[in-house]
Design a binder for this molecule. Structure first.
Ligand code: PEP
Ligand code: MN
Length: 341
């Protein structure tokens, strides 16, 4: 339930509504928009007591929010949220491109990649220090040593950095080094991790779980918002389907849908979404056409030697070509539309 206040509502009237919402068993969340203030009643409580606030002084209306997610919903906050990471703005007018290796393997690998992707137009650097690998025998990441490299390369290039946090134990350490924390697909519903990240003062990139619905994804984001962290960027990275030619099936319709359902920015990860480097350029263009606010792309100096995800990584030249192609017209000739007979 949401209580929308009149434009001229006083602070005392808003405070009265907050108190009444809390008394009714809900948690009150106050959203002060550019035009008006709204008080959301989240959680579960005595609904009729909120309904009755229609006649309280300063109240314009009381409306239910139909969806199970509340704070992430556009019904509650119609204006788009802009998430800032340094000078980078997710959800603003520009498409944000994050690029870098799947795993940080060495200083030289990360530094050369950062220089190359920055030159090609990327505005943020990615790189995994703690890697969620399907097999325990695969490269697990360099951990703290990789975080040091990330911070050093950030200093050298000025690019803000994002890296994955897999465990609540690592949150404080990673916060010392990273500008943004990535929750990987496998951890989307790690509720202990989400609750912990709700309390940090860093933006979070929340990847969609490979077998999670859009509703589950938005409810995972709700954990972050309701716990106090509003700086959330969603990332569609493909889901499991019966398709076997690609590593995952990137759900471009989900990007368009989430933009309708939520005010949070959404980006696409065509690297994990397809698993094939030669699909990254066309799928990136399609994701932007579907409404994505940005892209995250894996880039490696020599993909055939990558310790993880080489098959879906672009080399420097391919990344530069892809960046140029992002601005090319949809087709080189006008799209021929059928003419009625
Ligand atoms: C990654 O970004 O390298 C990664 C492991 O992604 P995901 O969680 O989407 O598999
Ligand atoms: Mn990867």
């Amino acid at each position: 339930m949401v209580v929308t206040m009149l434009d001229e509502a006083t602070e005392e009237q808003v405070q009265h509504i907050i108190d009444r919402v809390n008394e009714a068993g809900y948690q009150a969340r106050v959203i002060r928009g550019t035009e008006r203030t709204i008080v959301a009643a989240v959680g579960s409580g005595r609904r009729h007591e909120i309904d009755a606030l229609r006649v309280a002084p300063g109240v314009d209306n009381v409306v239910p929010i139909a969806q199970p997610f509340k704070l992430v919903s556009r019904q509650l906050i119609p204006e788009r949220t802009v998430v800032k990471v340094g000078n980078v703005q997710f959800g603003g007018p520009d498409i944000v491109v994050i690029a870098g290796p799947c795993s940080i393997e060495s200083y030289e690998q990360l530094h050369s990649t950062a220089i190359a992707v920055k030159r090609a137009g990327a505005v943020m650097l990615r790189g995994g220090a703690y890697k969620p690998r399907t097999s325990p025998y695969d490269f697990q990441g360099l951990g703290r040593e990789a975080l040091e490299m990330l911070a050093e390369v950030r200093r050298a290039t000025g690019l803000p950095v994002v890296t994955e946090v897999m465990s609540t134990e690592d949150v404080d350490l990673i916060c010392e080094y990273a500008d943004m924390l990535q929750v990987g697909a496998r951890n989307m519903q790690n509720f202990a991790l989400l609750r912990r990240l709700a309390q940090v003062h860093k933006p979070v990139m929340l990847k969609r779980g490979p077998s999670c619905t859009v509703k589950e994804w938005l409810l995972a984001a709700e954990y972050l918002l309701t716990g106090g962290n509003q700086q959330v960027v969603l990332c569609e990275r493909g889901i499991k389907t019966f398709e076997t030619e690609m590593r995952n099936t990137i759900d471009l319709a989900a990007i368009a849908l989430v933009k309708q359902l939520s005010h949070l920015p959404v980006i696409a990860d065509p690297s994990h979404g397809t698993g094939r480097s030669n699909l990254i350029a066309p799928v990136s263009r399609a994701a932007i056409a579907a409404g994505a606010d940005g892209l995250m792309i894996e880039v490696h100096p020599c993909p055939e030697r990558a310790l993880s995800d080489g098959a879906q990584s672009l080399d420097f030249d391919a990344f530069a070509r892809m960046m140029k192609a992002l601005n090319a017209p949809l087709r080189s000739v006008p799209v021929p539309l059928g003419v009625p007979a």
